[in-house]
Design a protein around this ligand. Structure first.
Ligand code: ZN
Length: 446
């Protein structure tokens, strides 16, 4: 008997459709291309560029292993803008990723891992801050921390470095928070309620000058890592936003305030039009410095999240020109029949999966998960210290009466992370931090 290929209504043989399906599954991860540029004034901006690393924490290394297989790999990009020295920025750069990865239980499915990531980011930020407090260094740092897992982008931020996303269609999304006291009334209320004082520098009874700052300390940010000599109300709990890009991709611009004080978001994006990532980052830094002069450390990372090369239009790829092509046109324009046939570019829809900015650990560590294995039952939810059943203190403030750990009563904190939590909420009045109250003589340059 002669065998004919089955043909569906569109005239495409079934075997071809099946092969295409398999092909699509294999190449569903995007290509990641990136570039960075920086002009240094104080030498306190640091970047972290890891296009490929494991999802599990590394032993003795600042990154989770660079030989990750494609299926397992994530990409991590970050900016740390230090103030009052660079120790906090350097410490955070070296430890934050591992602290975040260590907060995710092993053996999760890819979907579970993505869902657990926002909570792990909160745990990792707080652990890093808590550990840095023991270093007796007074510096602090902003953190804008971007994890790319397939088409899902998760951004955790404290401070005023920012991350924006422009989808291939041209829509701009803000993925980070602004924790400048001047720009965030909610944070002014939180700091005040937790025992801080918010005001401008006041000279000889005149009108206050400069940006809003919180006292003691005089920092103009409400969240950071480090700043051990400022009140505990300057918390390291990050704003976290998670979005899923369509497979048309998009471009991320991550930059320190040296850029955003000089350029509006749209201006920055317009300067990068048609440029590959490295040239785009250079252009943004150049334009920032040209418009305002080099007044602060000015750092920019540009990351292009692109449809896999195999699926990109062959005619438009001329080395880096392929990237130019992608960001010069809308995905629906100029699609070849071949492209449409392969279905490589779907409508550009960025799905917003998760966003939370609360400073309260009870809200941030208690996400509803689809399955129980996403909790480490016998580990502190912040520092991952192993605890005996019944030893931990519920993040909701209830000490469990029974030795059996009830997953619904948790997650749980060890005693020292419980102290940290209460201090951040303004419930501890005697603090281990060195309070400096000389408002006129000492304040943070920010
Ligand atoms: Zn702990």
């Amino acid at each position: 008997m002669e065998v004919h290929a089955e043909v569906d209504g569109s005239g495409v043989p079934l075997a071809v459709l099946l092969k295409r399906e398999l092909h699509n599954q294999k190449v569903e991860k995007p290509d990641i291309l990136f570039g960075e540029a920086s002009k240094s004034k104080k030498g306190e901006d640091f970047t972290f560029l890891v296009p490929k690393c494991h999802r599990s924490p590394a032993e003795g290394s600042i990154v989770g292993g660079e030989n990750a297989s494609d299926d397992d790999a994530i990409s991590v990009f970050a900016i740390f803008d230090g103030h009052n020295g660079s120790a906090a920025a350097i410490y955070t750069r070296e430890n934050l990723l591992n602290n975040v990865l260590a907060a995710i239980p092993p053996n999760l499915t890819s979907e579970e891992w993505t869902a657990a990531l926002p909570r792990a980011l909160v745990a990792g930020f707080v652990k890093t801050d808590k550990d840095f407090q023991t270093k007796a260094a007074r510096s602090g740092t902003t953190v804008t921390f971007v994890i790319i897992d397939g088409w899902v982008v998760t951004v955790a931020s404290v401070g005023d470095s920012r991350c924006i996303l422009e989808s291939a269609e041209g829509t701009v999304y803000f993925l980070s928070a602004d924790h400048r006291l001047d720009a965030n009334e909610e944070e002014v209320e939180r700091v005040t309620a937790s025992g801080g004082e918010v005001g401008r520098i006041n000279i000889a009874g005149g009108a206050g000058i400069g940006p809003l700052r919180c006292w003691p300390g005089g920092l103009c940010l409400s969240r950071s890592i480090g700043d051990v000599d400022v009140g505990e109300f300057i918390v390291p709990v990050p704003h976290v936003k998670q979005v899923k890009l369509s497979n048309a991709g998009g471009r991320l611009v991550i930059a320190s305030d040296g850029v955003w004080d000089a350029l509006r978001f749209q201006e920055a994006l317009n300067y990068t039009r048609g440029l590959p990532a490295e040239a785009a980052a250079n252009r943004i830094v150049k334009e920032s410095v040209t418009s305002k002069g080099l007044r602060d450390d000015t750092t920019c990372i540009v990351v292009d999240i692109l449809p896999p090369e195999k699926l990109s239009p062959p005619i438009k790829r001329h080395g880096k020109g392929g990237i130019i092509a992608l960001f010069c046109r809308r995905p629906s324009d100029e699609m070849s029949e071949d492209q449409i046939d392969r279905g490589c570019l779907e409508p550009d829809v960025v799905e917003e999966i998760y966003e939370e900015g609360s400073a309260m650990l009870s809200q941030r560590l208690n996400m509803n998960y689809p399955s129980g294995n996403m909790f480490k039952l016998h580990a502190c939810a912040v520092c991952q210290l192993e605890m005996k059943p019944g030893e931990g203190i519920s993040v909701h403030g209830n000490v469990p009466k029974h030795s059996r750990v009830d997953p619904w009563g948790g997650p749980f904190l060890c005693s020292s992370c419980q102290v940290k939590k209460e201090a951040m909420e303004g419930k501890l009045h005697s603090t281990s931090k060195n309070i400096i109250t000389q408002r006129l003589y000492f304040y943070r340059g920010c």
